[in-house]
Design a protein around this ligand. Sequence first.
Ligand SMILES: [Zn+2]
Length: 259
Amino acid sequence: MTRFKPNAINALGPRRRVGWLLAIPLIALLLVAVYFVFFANRSSGRWAYYTALRLSPETFARYTLQPGSLCGDAPFAFPTTGAIFGLWDQSYRLGHHHSGIDIFPNTAPGETPIFAAYPGYLNRLPDWRSTVIIRVPDDPLNPGRQIWVYYTHMADREGNSFISTKFLPGTEEVFVEAGTLLGYQGNYSGDAANPTGLHLHVSIVKDDGEGRFLNELDIDNTYDPSPYFGLPLNNRANPDGFPICSTELGLADWAAALD
Ligand SMILES: [Zn+2]
């Protein structure tokens, strides 16, 4: 006896089957359209500006913030020299949500210093080549809550560390003041063949409630750093905005400067 096991399409009959076969490319087309409308356009404008700006050091300098500068009454000082092009919750690829902010200098790996944005207790896991995390027991924006400030990419593409020798692998709970030199900007990604663009990634990581930091790669385990740095454009409502301390330079001004 032959047993015929109908699948979902066979069970529908020939006419509906043709309908379903037509629907598949249409759905695929729709997904591609949705991708371009809602994802690709969302942040491509800012990256296009970034690419163009790098060709003009004078213009780039206008969007560069300086270490130690405070925006308004923000509690965190700017940690390095550079312009912010990567925002919290920005998508770098489909389905990705960036967990911090990315600050780009116009220099070379190992040249641009990074300083603690806020005082706290520095930790570096034994296998961390490019990262330190600073425990802040009392969140200045939410007193009583503990947060962790994460700084990464402080190594060259091969993984040679640019972190200050004061903070060797395995460092635990060393108190640092705001302004303490942590290391230098690098392009370490974990894969020497595909280094990241030179930048500092800084994020605010949630505590697990028992004194440990959560996995920084998941955006749900982080807070938007923008209010800590006083950068109001860094939010979901302004996906094409770019955060700068001064409101004098807007996006239109930036575009005009490139003409
Ligand atoms: Zn980043």
